[in-house]
Structures are given as structure tokens and as C-alpha cells.
Design a protein around this ligand. Structure first.
Ligand SMILES: Cc1ncc(COP(=O)(O)O)c(C=O)c1O
Length: 320
């Protein structure tokens, strides 16, 4: 999210978060005073698809004449459906429908009041891009996951991994004077693929939410008694559309590495801008994002949960 601001040569201030990932308003005040210059916009996120009440933050922004932007990249937010409690306060809303549907791309810039976007135009992608998108979508549907037989192999795989030295990744810190290589200014004016928009339109929102909530609850139940971890949000609010299941682990080394080696589709915010926020610093390596999307099968969930449980029960002291 920093790339567009870097591309505009804007100053970026990073504000601290509380443990529940809500903005620290006291620290925001201090940051504004210390900066001493007017601030144009503030971005706040409904992390993991759990809607936050940003009423107070919006008032704070209004008081300081700052445009409030809601980051709905983790919420189910499309042109025609917005997860309850999201996308109503922001002057602008940024969303990533592709994170909730099996489509090849899809970013959305939205405004509850359409007037600020009146002058924004996008150009359509070409036929080649549409075909490439279709191919990527078909590949997603075709990809196979673990089977019931794989569950019986986990002990052996873990024992085997235990005999090998564990090599931790190297920490790299890069100073960006320019946007990161992931950013393409040329593509910033390109519309989502027609194919992606069709997939979003034709998918069942109700089924999507039901299956995601079911899988989220499945994770929450499975980790409740597990050692060396805790669910960041064990209780899922009603009517929410979770993006992923956030799990805090006590010992990223070795547990995160073991999970990766075993092929668990697990993510972290490894690539994070360096800031003074203690929560961001901790969550960068300790907070796992586990999938709970609608296409997961029972066997896939069972396999992931079994690998996680067996890995987190491993002794950790002897490894480093
Ligand atoms: C909180 C948050 N905001 C914004 C983004 C950017 O979304 P996109 O992948 O659509 O660029 C991400 C990416 O995962 C994110 O985690």
C-alpha cells in the first residue's frame, strides 16, 4: 500500500497499532504534532475481514481535515456487495476482491459518495491478458491438495525434518527511494479483467461467507488447546466474512520453518516497512495467516490442522 504514495513522492508516516490491530489514537496525536506539517490522508485497515468501528478515527480525521481511506483489502467488498460495517466511513475505499474469489486479478477503488471518482477513468485489459487470466483461473481450479493418505505421513515427515539442520532465512532490509518492484505505474490505470468481474458477479456471496466462517471456526476450535500459540481473534463476529485465520505463535523459529517445509500454505507479513510499532515488529514474524477460504475441502483442513498441531507440539529449545 505504500508504493502509490512513494510514487507520488509523498511523505509517509507509520502510526502504531494496538494488539487487536486497531490504530492507537493517542500515538496518532503525538505523531501529527511531531510531524508539524498538514497530513492529507490516513489509511486504516479492517484486518482479516473483521470489521472495526472507525467512527472515532473518522472524527479525528475530520477534526484535522485529513481524508479517511478505508483499506478493505481483507474484507469481502465488491462493486455490488460490501461486508457489513465496512466501506461506509471512508472518503475512499480500496479493496481486493480477488482475495475472496477464484479470479486472476481484481482491485477496486470505491467511494460511498461517487462524486470524488467521477473523473477517474480506467482502460480495459487486452484479449491476451484476458486469456492469460482465464488460464490462471483454470490452473487454480485444477491444482490438487493433500489427500487422506498424506495425513498418515506427517509423523514420518516431521521426524525426517528433525534430523536435518534448520536454516533460517536471512533478514534483509532495503531502503526504497522508489516504489518496490511489485508496483507498476503503467498498470495503475488498467481495469480488472472482464473474466474476473464475471467470476465475482456469478459467485454466491452467501455460500462464500458460510464456508469461510465454518473454516475459521474450525481453526479456532483446533488451536484452542494447542501449546505455543493463541488465536488473535478466537471469536468471530456474526455476519463477518473472514479473509484468513490469524494465529500468534510463540516460536517462529523453528515452528514457522517446519510448517513451510511441510508445505502448509501459511503467510506472514515478512515484508513490512520498518517502524517503531512494537506490535508490527512482533507480528511480522509471530503472526501466521492461515487459509480459511471457501474452496478448502474437509481433507485439506484436516491435513493443515494435523500438521499445525503436530508441529506446534514439537520441542523448540533444542533447535537453535
Ligand atoms: C492490509 C493490506 N492492505 C492492502 C493490501 C494490498 O492489496 P493487493 O494485494 O490488492 O495489492 C494488502 C495485501 O495483501 C494487505 O494485506
Amino acid at each position: 500500500m505504500l508504493d502509490p504514495a512513494i510514487a507520488l513522492h509523498a511523505d509517509i508516516l507509520l502510526y502504531p497499532l494496538h494488539h487487536d490491530l486497531s490504530p492507537d489514537l493517542t500515538k496518532l496525536d503525538e505523531l501529527l504534532v511531531a510531524h508539524g506539517k498538514p497530513v492529507k490522508a490516513l489509511l486504516a485497515t479492517h484486518y482479516f475481514g473483521l470489521a472495526k468501528d472507525f467512527t472515532e478515527l473518522k472524527l479525528w480525521c475530520d477534526t484535522h481535515r485529513i481524508a479517511f481511506i478505508e483499506d478493505c483489502s481483507h474484507t469481502l467488498f465488491t462493486e455490488t456487495f460490501q461486508a457489513p460495517g465496512t466501506g461506509v466511513l471512508g472518503r475512499f475505499v480500496a479493496a481486493s476482491p480477488y482475495k475472496f474469489f477464484a479470479c486472476a486479478d481484481g482491485g477496486l477503488l470505491y467511494s460511498p459518495d461517487p462524486r470524488p471518482l467521477d473523473t477517474v477513468t480506467t482502460k480495459s485489459a487486452g484479449v491476451i491478458q484476458e486469456l492469460r487470466g482465464l488460464k490462471r483461473t483454470l490452473e487454480k481450479y485444477r491444482s490438487t491438495g493433500p489427500t487422506a493418505a498424506d495425513i498418515g505421513l506427517i509423523d514420518t515427515q516431521l521426524a525426517e525434518l528433525g534430523t536435518q539442520p534448520l536454516v533460517a532465512g536471512r533478514e534483509l532490509s532495503t531502503a526504497y527511494a522508489r516504489p518496490s518492484p511489485q508496483y507498476s505505474a503503467a498498470e495503475s490505470g488498467t481495469a480488472s479483467l472482464f473474466g474476473s468481474r464475471c467470476i465475482v458477479k456469478l459467485s454466491s456471496i452467501c455460500d462464500n461467507g458460510k464456508r469461510r466462517r465454518g473454516n475459521y471456526q474450525h481453526w479456532a476450535d483446533a488451536v484452542a488447546e494447542l501449546p505455543n500459540c493463541h488465536a488473535l481473534f478466537p471469536d468471530l463476529p456474526e455476519n463477518s466474512f473472514p479473509y484468513m485465520f490469524p494465529l500468534h505463535i510463540a516460536f517462529p523459529y523453528p515452528h514457522f520453518y517446519r510448517l513451510k517445509h511441510l508445505g502448509v500454505p501459511v503467510w506472514r507479513w515478512d515484508e513490512m516497512a520498518v517502524s517503531d510499532c512494537a506490535v508490527a515488529h512482533n507480528y511480522r514474524l509471530h503472526l501466521l495467516h492461515l487459509p480459511c477460504h471457501q474452496a478448502l475441502t474437509k481433507i485439506q483442513m484436516q491435513w493443515m490442522i494435523t500438521v499445525l498441531a503436530k508441529t506446534l507440539r514439537l520441542p523448540w529449545r533444542s533447535e537453535r
